[in-house]
Design a protein around this ligand. Structure first.
Ligand code: CO
Length: 332
């Protein structure tokens, strides 16, 4: 069975010191602790242990072979985005990590593909970098799900999405900079609670902010982690839309009307959750994603879909590969 993982992450093995270049004490860098393992640092704080699959394309291919993954799309980790920094610094980071991603993919350009990042706080700079990224071989752009206090219905974000719709550049939306950080700092609740809430907020703000009404229907957009809490709470959203005028926002139609305007990945780790996504979204708008090579990713890549009790072989193939092939226009 053909298998394409659209949600996996990379870090370059090394990069020039951003703290030395720009000043400040909270830039990301890698502390290599032993052969093949490193600690991602933010300033002097330990952020996350990672291993060589992040930067070594051959290690990645070895683990893809182990689990029967034919192709992977790699993207940066949101800590590298720099949306909160001056635009020249975020653009420098974008170009640095975008070029590094292309380099990792060169190990096998038929199996490894990449998404680029952009300085989303600036419309002009992000459009230019997106076009440059497409020209240098990236198959799409990954954006964070908000820029500071601006949600997905912000004019700058929508302007960028329109640019990508017109240039036929697919978008992958990843949660980051999670809400309520003071109350979710223990037990990784920022990841298990905050991230799904962030993604739900993004889809809801796109719908109720009139984002899908304003942006071209040509836009190809996919949200991470099965859309977070969105599918489970769609009924609540729909009920509010029908019974309180202030809950309708700027959307022309009820929320469920817009389900055919976006895609979700399948990183939900549970058959019942996957079944709900299939019921709500159908089988043409879901794409296999793992969050590899992180501990919170799918450890046996592809297992969830391959063993899904209620999916036909044909639908499994759609979720595992064919939807992604057409979304990202991957040549086979
Ligand atoms: Co991820």
């Amino acid at each position: 069975m053909n298998v394409i993982d659209i949600h996996s992450h990379f870090f370059p093995k090394d990069w020039p010191s951003l703290a030395e270049r720009f000043g400040g004490d909270d830039w990301p860098w890698l502390r290599h602790d032993s052969e093949g393992s490193a600690m991602l640092m933010r300033g002097d704080q330990e952020f996350r242990p990672i291993y060589s699959a992040c930067w070594d394309g051959n290690k990645r291919l070895e683990e893809m072979d182990r689990d029967g993954v034919e192709k992977q799309i790699i993207s940066a980790t949101p800590i590298l985005f720099g949306y909160e920094r001056p635009v020249d610094q975020a653009l420098y980071c974008a170009q640095l990590f975008n070029d590094a991603a292309r380099e990792i993919c060169q190990v096998d350009s038929q199996r490894l593909f990449s998404l680029a990042q952009v300085p989303l706080q600036d419309l002009d700079a992000s459009c230019k970098e997106a076009s440059r990224a497409k020209a240098t071989g990236h198959v799409g752009i990954q954006i964070g799900n908000h820029v500071g206090l601006k949600n997905m219905d912000d004019d700058t974000v929508l302007g960028f999405l329109e640019h990508c719709a017109n240039e036929d550049i697919p978008i992958f939306v990843h949660p980051w900079d999670m809400m309520a950080s003071e109350r979710t700092k223990d037990y990784m609740m920022g990841w298990t609670v905050g991230m799904p809430a962030e993604t739900q907020l993004s889809i809801v703000s796109m719908i109720l902010g009139g984002g899908f009404d304003r942006v071209s229907p040509k836009l190809k957009i996919c949200f991470a982690h099965g859309g977070g809490s969105f599918a489970f709470l769609l009924g609540r959203l729909e009920n509010a839309w029908h019974h309180r005028d202030i809950a309708r926002g700027k959307s022309k139609y009820p929320p469920s009307h817009y389900l055919n305007r976006f895609f979700l990945d399948t990183a939900v780790f549970d058959h019942d959750s996957l079944e709900l996504l299939v019921k709500k979204m159908g089988t043409d708008r879901l794409m296999f994603g793992t969050d590899y090579p992180f501990p919170l990713g799918e450890q046996k890549m592809g297992h969830l879909i391959k063993t899904a009790p209620s999916l036909s072989e044909q639908n499994k193939q759609k979720l595992l590969a064919s939807n992604a092939e057409s979304f990202f226009q991957l040549t086979t």
